[in-house]
Design a protein around this ligand. Sequence first.
Ligand SMILES: [Fe+2]
Length: 302
Amino acid sequence: MTQPFRFAHISDIHLPTFAADCRLPTAFLNKRFFSALSWFGKRRHIHHKEITDHLVKDCLASAPDHILVTGDLINLSLAGEYGRALDWLQGLGTPDQVSAIPGNHDLLLDTNAARSGLALYAPYMGGETNNSQQFPYVKQKKVIAFIGLSTAIETPIGWCSGRLGEAQRERLGAVLDQAKRENLCRIVALHHPPAGKQKARGGLEDQKEFAAIIAEFGAELILHGHTHQSSMHALPGPTGPVPVLGVASLSVGPGKGYQPGCWHEYAVQRVDNHWQILLNVHRYTSPDMPPERVAQAILNSA
Ligand SMILES: [Fe+2]
């Protein structure tokens, strides 16, 4: 039997934003003003770089075959944040070793400056160059097809919903169909949760349309972030339920009203005529202790 393919799923890093990033007052004559109030008033006390570093060290020590990052690397879509996020991605590995997709905080405002900033991540998002970024992208790693989607859109003040849009949805069916023909294990990644009950102002606007694509073409596993909670749902597929798993934020400490930071470790292997997917949850406890393994699950897919 061949060795299982092991990959890590991490999300919602929310790398620190600093006052020095906010020197240009005109950059705040919009929704960003309220997001900045939220970051400097509350969220910077919830997300900690030390916890991110602790969990990343544990993740890299386990030498996964690949790392999947499902968005929200930053907070306010400011130029300085994108540069640091790129440095952070490079610390995880090369674009060959790491796949990423954007979250709503990576495109808080849909401006030329934000698009240019986001383009810095492009090599990690399936693009050969900064200009060739397109979703869905497919990154094949051995028996796995990582299928990256973007749900990042600018939303009104107080909203953080996402949308795939018609063009991406149209291509997704063909991508899933092709990967199935090639006998690949299809791992679909998007930032917003595509299953379970979500508030309109924070959910995936075209959740029903996405579910219809999965019902027709199937997938072996769907992974997301956004909720800052580890969660498990399913969507109906053509041959049975398709597991939908969310991972908690990488940077949250214990006792903050959210789940403590964690990363998910998956081991994928073809067993007889189905895909066997094992999940281990690595959760932060304290700076002096390695993350504890708190849950294990087996997800089988036909
Ligand atoms: Fe987030």
